[in-house]
Design a protein around this ligand. Sequence first.
Ligand code: FAD
Length: 434
Amino acid sequence: MKSKINIFWFRRDLRLEDNVGLFHALNGEHPVLAVFIFDTEILDQLPKDDARVNFIHDSLLKMRQKLQDEHGSSLALYHGKPIDIYKQLIQEYRIATVYTNHDYEPYATLRDTEIGEFLESNGITFKTFKDQVIFEKDEIVKKDGHPYVVYTPYMRTWKAGFKHSEFKFYPSEAHLERLLKTKDLPHLSLSDIGFESGSQSVLPYTVNPKLIQDYEATRNFPAKDATSRLGPHLRFGTVSIRKMVEKAIAEKNEIFWQELIWREFFMQILWHFPHTKDQAFKPKYDRIQWRNNEVEFKLWCEGKTGYPLVDAGMRQLNETGFMHNRVRMLVGSFLCKHLLIDWRWGEAYFAQKLHDYEMASNVGNWQWVAGSGVDAAPYFRIFNPTSQIQKFDKNLEYIKKWVPDFQELTYPRPIVDHKMARERCLEVYKSALN
Ligand code: FAD
């Protein structure tokens, strides 16, 4: 009879250190088989040179190599629908428990329910843990038990609930000898899963004391490029959120810390209100008569609106998979308000292009921009794409970098007149909301 094992299933927590589910798995009763499944339900929707798939693959290979070199073990890679892979795994192994970390997105919740039921029906326990946030689900709610839908009181309660002295890490890295002692586990190259390397790659993050200390002074100026680039690393779990919060606290920077709390704010919103992934949080906003002009949408996507700061942002996004937060707010506002194009179109375009795409943050911020979301910008706040240059790119450094042609005759004229677009937007929004 085969001996029993446990499984640890990596998903959006691609690291060996301070990984809660992995820590518990390694402290369980049986040796642990580490697995990752390239989920065809997700991959089938992505372009074949997607930098995020590349990044995931790379991160897995690094872990696999480390486990092989230093621990006489490995990481098993599979490709398919998770349920089919589990059907295969239960044939191959005698599994006692499958451990994994929570994933709060609507698709993931359904997938995990299905997998959990399947495992339980085969006598296998399914244990899941909080790992990618400090507070999840309904851990931070109002006194009456309802979720917060305004950020500031949420943030205050979050901070009040956070006891630094009780804060603990989960040193999974210290227990890796509990992994199954075999190096002979399924491997997959990028081409085995139908992908190839593209021209873009996910960049490393920077979270040093200087960046955090200067954050307040520099974070609003896109040319300074002085933000952490933590996005994709938090998204795929190549860093631990606990370690990042620890750093923010060590540098006593409230603003940087609060950005990390914005991330959790939007995660709990999506968890409480999963329908907001494609419906307005404030239902009245779904009455807006969007113009949805496809030609204008294409010009926006390509960075050819004739408004240099908008175009710089879109070109940065297209060329690198990143756009500075200030400029994200401007291009978003321009799309929804100047062009009256549905925020869902912009959200979908960002989802395709952003290396740090995160459903909760993307939907939350797009709805903020459109005015339809929780704690959103009031609808009559319409960024002026020209005066924003004065505020955030006075010396035109960011614009010159991404739109070098902006002073040439070939550079497009503005696709809409600001004053006209502003008035049109106010009229259309007003008639939908009244
Ligand atoms: P830093 O400024 O260094 O911040 C550190 C971390 O704090 C970020 O990595 C992120 O995890 C978190 N954070 C900062 N600002 C926000 C915010 N407003 N909302 C939620 N979390 C925040 N962020 C995403 O992670 N994924 C998205 O898909 C996404 N889509 C966005 C769409 C729009 C229209 C807008 C206006 C913002 C969006 N953001 C998104 C938020 C923000 O722009 C990015 O988190 C930030 O620019 C990423 O750069 P950074 O990692 O250098 O951030």
